[in-house]
Design a protein around this ligand. Structure first.
Ligand code: ZN
Ligand code: ZN
Ligand code: ZN
Ligand code: ZN
Ligand code: ZN
Length: 627
């Protein structure tokens, strides 16, 4: 029977986008760069995202079953077999499986064994912080304990990368990696058996030897000279692949966007202090003007440098790399989305964007905790229909701070792989005045300053600034934590899995943001079923929020979790752990960092934005209990 290997179209961006290693029915592959994509592909439009990422457009894999490894002429996305080293579970022979050995529709089998059992991919691979990936050099591994002369006398040393006489052995006396070894069965010069062998006890972790400077789908001659240390890891390990994905919602052109219509450069050039800055260049006053322009426009130093150079005729500095932008150097995608959700007059419904104002249904409510809850909430907007485009710009390996490898590993294309999805969502905003007052509390400011210090010290600083804005604000931490708690509560109440819900935090004070969006986007053009929007309608939603706050006040890991002064990646979380706040990675914009329940429900050190609501809720529960 022929095997059938398939990847769905939506998976070609995430989780099996360019550079990802995937296991399919016992075989292992890596997704090749987009320079290898077929000509037939589906355009995906998102002008905002294209502008933001500096590309001409996007393409999705064609709407067909992506079974290209089985039918080479299929118009699907290319996946290449990786690792290239396989072994036979029966005779233990290791086989370097070359591209010319591939037979479409048939998994590799052992030709030495009569029963022709299927070959198994080796479990270990080699990565480096510059994003390269390769097979472990198993011939070298087996011979690595020999002196060079002896090593070179092995008859396989000339074509070590496809050595034919290696075997992958298991010893019964030992266990774990120590029980595994690679042995060379070749003949040495002079006719003696080579017999070089080394166990795998030290196979994981940093290794000597040079990085091959490429990814498996790249030709040998397009390798780069790479000076990074190589690390052996399991091919299924989390640090083999960190995709970098950007997404944008479609919003109508008519959406109210007072500042968004101008580019950042225009905003700088129109600024009242721009001419003062030019006149004061070279004096200390220039820094003052520059500071004020930056504060008002959110422009980066790099952009201002460039505009100054253009204005004064001095040579302009080289334009920043299109893939990696520094702090706020590019138009922020959240800005127009927020304007569309927060507009006094909501935009008219289109096929891609349909929103309506809702509420908690608590107007004029005198009873507690509802009256206090209502005072803390700005409003609720329900999105019956959203369209989201997700694009993969590239990936990193070894750590989230590794070098970005662009999805276009050939470096010649002006498009990126993307998918479009339709969905629905709930926008919750907080009361702006109350939020500002809470943010100005010195205890809140001191608390957030601590997180900001940890953020500045972490190498994710620049990456996270794309979401948080150039300076982390208390409201971002608050809104982000509420988004997580709300996703958990909605999933508890309504049967959505947490992985099917996503967040978008609108928490940048410089754009007047004070809300969040919880949405589900998995549908085609027909959209989703309206189940999430129903959860956001009155009167359920107010009850959901109260239950969410009650749940947030307690974690099974308390008091440890509640009193934490830095947990999670880079110590960027405070009172937030897997038991109370964290979400699947795909649901979160910041990789499960920058979370703190204390800012929501309060702690001994800091008042929470919703502390009063929680107190009111407990008091009314106590009053009911006392009759
Ligand atoms: Zn065999
Ligand atoms: Zn040998
Ligand atoms: Zn490398
Ligand atoms: Zn916790
Ligand atoms: Zn998150």
């Amino acid at each position: 029977m022929k095997r059938k290997l398939r990847v769905r179209q939506a998976q070609t961006v995430l989780p099996f986008g360019v550079g990802a290693v995937l296991d399919v029915q016992g075989e292992s592959f890596v997704a090749a760069g987009i320079e290898r994509w077929p000509d037939l592909k589906t355009p995906v439009s998102s002008d905002r995202l294209a502008t933001r990422l500096g590309v001409k457009g996007f393409f999705a894999a064609p709407h067909t079953l992506n079974d290209r490894y089985d039918k080479a002429d299929r118009p699907g996305v290319p996946y290449v077999r990786f690792p290239g080293w396989l072994f036979c579970g029966s005779c233990r022979a290791m086989v370097r499986f070359l591209r010319e050995h591939e037979k479409p529709g048939e998994p590799p089998v052992c030709t030495s064994c009569a029963a022709a059992p299927r070959l198994t991919p080796m479990r270990f691979v080699r990565i480096c912080p510059d994003g390269h990936l390769d097979d472990v050099d198993w011939w070298y591994w087996a011979h690595s304990k020999l002196v060079p002369e002896l090593r070179e006398s092995c008859s396989e040393s000339k074509h070590a990368w496809k050595a034919r006489r290696l075997s992958f052995r298991v010893a019964d006396r030992a266990s774990g990696l120590e029980a595994l070894s690679v042995r060379c069965e070749a003949i040495r010069e002079g006719g003696k058996p080579c017999g070089a062998e080394r166990d795998l006890l030290d196979v994981l972790g940093p290794q000597g030897g040079r990085c091959s400077g490429r990814n498996p789908w790249q030709h040998w001659d397009s390798r780069v000279s790479c000076g990074q240390q190589v690390h052996n890891v399991q091919r299924t390990a989390g640090n083999v692949y960190y995709p970098v994905v950007y997404s944008a919602l479609d919003i109508p052109q008519t959406a109210e966007a007072p500042r968004a219509q101008r580019t950042m450069a225009e905003a700088v050039l129109d600024h009242g202090y721009w001419t003062n800055l030019i006149d004061a260049l070279g004096t200390p006053r220039a820094d003052v003007f520059r500071g004020m322009i930056k504060e008002d426009t959110d422009a980066s130093d790099r952009l201002i440098d460039q505009l100054v150079a253009e204005a004064t005729g001095a040579p302009a500095p080289p334009f920043p790399d299109r893939q990696e932008s520094g702090k706020s150097g590019k138009i922020d995608l959240s800005r127009d989305e927020w304007y569309a959700f927060d507009a006094a007059q909501l935009p008219e419904a289109t096929k891609e964007f349909a929103v309506r104002r809702s509420g908690l249904g608590l107007d004029g409510e005198k009873e507690e905790p509802w009256a206090t809850l209502d005072a803390h909430i700005g409003g609720v907007v329900l999105a019956d229909r959203l369209r989201e485009v997700r694009a993969l710009t590239g990936f990193r390996r070894h750590s989230p701070g590794g070098t970005l490898v662009p999805a276009d590993t050939g470096g010649r294309l002006r498009w990126l792989p993307a998918t479009e999805v339709y969905g629905e969502g709930i926008v919750l905003t907080l009361d702006e005045q109350r939020l500002t007052a809470w943010e100005n509390d010195p205890r809140v400011r001191a608390h957030v300053r601590g997180v900001r210090t940890d953020l500045d010290a972490s190498f994710r600083d620049e990456q996270l600034a794309e979401t948080t804005g150039s300076e982390l604000s208390p409201r971002f931490l608050l809104l982000h934590t509420v988004a997580h708690l709300l996703i958990r509560q909605l999933s508890f109440d309504s049967g959505y899995t947490t992985a099917s819900l996503r967040e978008r935090v609108y928490g940048r004070p410089e754009y007047g943001q004070h809300g969040l969006l919880i949405y589900t986007a998995a549908g085609d053009a027909e959209g989703t079923l309206g189940g999430l929007v129903r959860q956001g309608e009155a009167p359920h939603f107010a009850e959901t929020l109260i239950r969410m706050l009650e749940a947030a006040a307690w974690c099974s890991a308390d008091p440890l979790c509640a009193e934490h002064t830095g947990q999670g990646f880079g110590n960027l979380n405070r009172a937030a752990c897997h038991a109370c706040t964290l979400l699947p990675e795909t649901s979160c914009q910041t990789g499960n960092t920058l979370l703190d329940r204390a800012l929501v429900v309060g702690s001994a050190r800091v008042p929470g934005y919703f502390t009063d609501v929680l107190t009111a809720s407990r008091e009314s529960a106590a009053a009911i209990a006392q009759g």
